[in-house]
Design a protein around this ligand. Structure first.
Ligand code: ATP
Ligand code: MG
Length: 299
């Protein structure tokens, strides 16, 4: 983000919840190194939402995975990821897990692959609370039912014995959110949390995330390919293309006065209700993507 303000409390200035400095991700494959995220600088304070928007393959999930410390083995993060002032990239695995296990939560892009098909919802919800909060099995089960109630699945005791394939898309997403907040995180990264859902359920889920952000004082990183969605729900935005940040700033400013032609293209090419152009404008992405330009030159 964009605000550089440091929170000031009675205890004095506090570091922001999350700040990245030149965060980059490289992938090594077949003896080649490719940069898939380049120099991401963002800042997020508790109670606010930052949106990361970009087309498929632009590096949104890799940025989130680098912050969470869950990159695939072929990928390496460089730069800095400060969480409450501590650079997570300098910690060893154990020290990092001690922080990111309970305090950083990730809602995966694909709930069907993130939830275990052979374990009941209850079994999956209970485990992290037993590990990170030290709850007994019974306490964790009680808490699971409360959490499902909190995310809009009331009378959920029966659901604890159900399996992921038995749930609707909206319910799966609510279960993912309940699991994500179960260990009382301070930072929540939601990766395309509503892609496969219809418009009405999408709105309910996003409003739920914002309500939880306010109730629990979370910092929320909201990832989407949809600039319209980000403009409705995020305070600040980062527009990415092929791993590069094209533009960033307060969402209202970026949407009202985009300075980068790629962002202008994204806004102009979004379909709008009540305005049906004969042809939707398209973006010549090769003009803006350093990766596409390099590929063109190599040919
Ligand atoms: N496990 C992996 N191994 C190798 N390359 C990967 C892997 N995961 C992602 N990539 C590459 O990293 C780049 C960024 O991918 P990323 O998943 O961050 O994109 P994204 O913006 O989240 O896209 P989407 O909207 O489709 O989810 C892409 O070029 C992708 O092909
Ligand atoms: Mg992704």
């Amino acid at each position: 983000m964009v605000t550089t303000a440091t929170d000031v409390t009675a205890a004095g200035p506090q570091p922001p919840l999350l700040r990245t400095e030149n965060l980059s991700v490289c992938i090594d494959s077949h003896g080649e190194r490719n940069t898939v995220v380049s120099d991401v600088n963002l800042e997020l304070t508790a109670g606010r939402t930052i949106g990361i928007v970009g087309e498929s393959g632009s590096g949104k999930s890799m940025t989130a995975a680098a912050i969470m410390g869950i990159l695939p083995p072929v990928a390496t993060a460089q730069g800095r990821v400060f969480y409450q002032g501590t650079d997570l990239l300098t910690l060893d695995d154990k020290a990092r897990r001690a922080i990111s296990g309970p305090e950083l939560a990730y809602i995966f892009q694909e709930p069907m692959s993130a939830l275990h098909p052979m374990l009941s919802i209850g079994a999956q919800m209970i485990r992290p609370m037993r590990i990170h909060l030290g709850l007994s099995k019974r306490e964790a089960r009680e808490r699971s039912a409360e959490l499902l109630d909190q995310v809009g699945i009331p009378k959920s005791r029966g659901l604890l014995g159900a399996y992921v394939h038995q749930l609707s898309g909206g319910m799966r997403q609510r279960v993912m959110i309940a699991m994500a907040i179960s260990c009382q995180p301070a930072l929540l990264l939601a990766d395309e949390p509503t892609t496969a859902l219809d418009a009405a359920v999408q709105k309910q889920i996003l409003e739920l995330l914002l309500d939880l952000r306010d109730q629990l004082g979370l910092g929320l990183v909201l990832i989407s390919h949809d600039l319209g969605l980000i403009s409705r729900y995020a305070d600040d935005v980062l527009v990415m293309l092929d791993g590069d940040v094209m533009e960033q700033g307060p969402t209202a400013d970026v949407v009202a006065n985009p300075t980068h032609p790629y962002t202008r293209g994204l806004i102009e090419s979004a379909p709008r209700i009540g305005h049906v152009p004969r042809r939707l404008p398209t973006i010549d992405r090769a003009k803006f993507s350093t990766r596409a330009l390099a590929d063109k030159e190599a040919r």
